[in-house]
Design a protein around this ligand. Structure first.
Ligand SMILES: [Cu+2]
Length: 354
């Protein structure tokens, strides 16, 4: 699009379209209007020579729309101004269920088949704060996929969104460029990988700008149980992520994502949700918590206030004892293989998180 407002529609790979810019009487800037692409360098300039090239005083240069408002976003004030960390959710609020169901069936290798449909969905991410999220299956985080080491996952990605998306699984060892490539709206693609290493592994959209797609909701977890994982009374999955609020009802702010300026750090997609609707545990029950730092930028220093874990698992499934540890964000800014992953077991019921 041009700053004058002239623009093409969105083009699929291989397509072309001619833009009629009308009579140009001054220098103009242009850029790709797909969210995040202008920031990544897809810009051009129209330079006028000769004639009566008008200066800015004759033809005021209109302010270009903010990048986060270019596509799917809402212009205007950032939803961050509506974000109050002390605000309580509306009556009847229900937190995303953090309980992690066990793998069903016998212990032989299995194939887990699942279809994940990319959908653009307006969701509340904090009391009074709504964002247009890009989701795997309608929620951010996307659905958890659980199996055992040795199991195969066959995942079909269907893109019902309005821009290209993809999915990249850290749970498998697979060069992502072909099998996990970006697919255009209306397309689908099936991915297959075998879980060879235990742990909680991030999956995410890897379409550029990758950190923006993650920040806008495109992340989730694969849990691969190691052999002989001790039984516990309850298991929970907590996925930490950072929010970079765009306009109210808009998409994430690409500038904030690039500048690492998050508005909030949340578990399972909603600010402070477990302070208002905590997971219930009975005294004396043994609890395992799987923790993933999905980022895209912030690391996690996960702990339970007033409690200690007696066992902390390394992603390889072997327990080691270390009460607090720091995990890097599993997003694009750290290496792809270093998805933050750990499972912690506590013999005490967790208190209300804070
Ligand atoms: Cu995406």
């Amino acid at each position: 699009m041009l700053e004058s407002g002239a623009r093409t529609g969105r083009l699929a790979p291989g397509e072309r379209e001619t833009l009629d810019a009308g009579v140009v009487d001054r220098d103009l800037e242009g850029w790709c209007s797909v969210v995040g692409h202008r920031r990544m360098g897809m810009v051009f300039g129209v330079r006028v020579t000769g004639g009566n090239a008008a200066g800015p005083q004759d033809s005021p240069k209109p302010a270009g729309p903010a990048e986060h408002g270019e596509q799917g976003g809402a212009d205007g004030e950032s939803a961050a101004s509506a974000f109050d960390p002390m605000a309580e959710p509306a009556p009847g609020f229900t937190a995303r269920d953090a309980a992690l169901p066990p793998v069903s069936g016998d212990s032989g290798p299995r194939v887990h088949r699942r279809t994940l449909t990319v959908r653009e969905t307006v969701r509340e991410v904090a009391p009074g704060v709504r964002q247009t999220l890009w989701t795997f299956g309608g929620t951010a985080p996307g659905p958890v996929l659980r199996g055992r080491v040795g199991d195969t996952f066959e995942i079909t990605l269907v893109n019902d969104g309005s821009i290209g998306h993809s999915i990249d699984f850290h749970a498998g060892a697979l060069a992502p460029d072909r099998p996990m490539r970006t697919i255009e709206p209306g397309e689908s693609l099936t991915y297959r990988f075998t879980a060879e290493r235990s742990g909680v592994w991030m999956y995410h959209c890897s379409t550029m700008p990758m950190s923006l797609h993650i920040a806008n909701g495109m992340y989730g977890a694969v849990v691969a149980d190691p052999p002989q994982l001790p039984e516990v009374d309850r298991e929970f999955l907590l996925i930490q992520s950072d929010l970079y609020l765009g306009g109210q009802g808009g998409t994430a702010d690409a500038d904030k994502v690039a500048a690492l300026r998050s508005d909030a750090v949340v578990f399972n997609g909603y600010a402070n949700q477990y302070a208002y609707d905590p997971p219930a545990v009975r005294t004396g029950e043994r609890v395992r918590i799987w923790v993933l730092a999905a980022g895209p930028n912030r690391p996690s220093a996960f702990h339970v206030v007033g409690g200690q874990f007696d066992t902390v698992y390394h992603p390889a499934g072997r327990p080691f004892h270390r009460p607090t540890m720091k995990w890097p964000a599993g997003g694009a800014r750290s290496s792809l293989g270093s998805s933050a992953s750990a499972a912690s077991t506590s013999s005490r019921a967790a208190r209300r998180p804070r």
